[in-house]
Write a protein that binds this ligand. Sequence first.
Ligand SMILES: Nc1nc2c(ncn2[C@@H]2O[C@H](COP(=O)(O)OP(=O)(O)OP(=O)(O)O)[C@@H](O)[C@H]2O)c(=O)[nH]1
Ligand SMILES: [Zn+2]
Length: 342
Amino acid sequence: MTEPASLTPPTLDDLGWDAFFADQLGPEDEGLARGRVSAVHRTRVALLTPSGPLALALPPRLGTGDFAVGDWVLAEPGTGVLRRRLGRRSVLQRRTEGAATLQPAAANIDTLFVVTSCNADFNPARLERYLALANQGDAHPVLLLTKADLADDPARYRREAEALQSGLAVVAVNGRERAAALEALAPWCGPGRTVALVGSSGVGKSTLVNVLAGADAAQQETGDVRESDAKGRHTTTARSLHRMAAGGWVIDTPGMRTLHVSDAAEGIERLFSDITDLAPLCRFRDCTHAHEPGCAVRAAVADGTLDPERLVRWRKLVDENDQNTPAAPRPGSSPAGRGRRR
Ligand SMILES: Nc1nc2c(ncn2[C@@H]2O[C@H](COP(=O)(O)OP(=O)(O)OP(=O)(O)O)[C@@H](O)[C@H]2O)c(=O)[nH]1
Ligand SMILES: [Zn+2]
């Protein structure tokens, strides 16, 4: 009799180990356990390794906040004592209220599924924030449209979604139709691949995680558990890595709903490449595309090739990002001189 897949420890390849991580090893790392962070709790970090689960033993000075689900670490076999965390290929991070530094939420993700339903939840400005986050963290975004079955004109949502970022893959998916959903998402979910889901409450993320990860996700938090909370709050703060039926891994990412962009200038630039690609054609090199003569961006709005609302949203997001991103100290500027009036 063969063991159920969920009881067989994954191989390194299964876990997503590849040359990017192998290249970070030196001779001194010989014999260390290579583990992938499967859950980050307030006081502990859980690993998956080819020899089974392992609890990471952290030195006293290190909090669990330095780790993200999906991270790769080297630890002493047996004791689980941390040696070091490996460099990340991608990371989703955000600044939480009052925090000075960015908090990593998930690491080494290949694909970020940005989930929205085809109804009032569909909000370009919010979706653009998620896309900027994915771009900035080097995770490839894919937009998932749920509840197309309930929409009068699902094609309209698809058109609007495709216009959010050049080349963006948009997939209509209904988690209540298991086989079709698995097939639609298969390109991103195979062995060694890691996906994460973001989107607002009620769009169908839990339903999709359950479809993708089946029994593995059911052991953890489910929509049922959360619904039992009368105030609609999450009953857990942990994020975790679930093995998908297709061989890859899915990270559910609670706590990434209210999204304030910061430190995401490059992600925003990629998102709005239709605007940023035009900027070099403006007469002034530092054109703000607001009032300057010879502005190629406003010309594109005038001739109908650029949606004026998109320009408004771009400006808002850039401003928000500037406000939330602590300015790097400029050479030669003293703190006292910075805010001075002339
Ligand atoms: N008709 C239809 N219903 C859907 C679809 N996707 C999800 N639902 C339903 O929408 C409701 C919300 O789905 P959830 O998976 O709990 O949504 P969620 O995004 O996880 O929400 P939170 O748990 O609050 O984060 C459930 O009743 C699902 O059955 C879809 O494509 N079509
Ligand atoms: Zn301009």
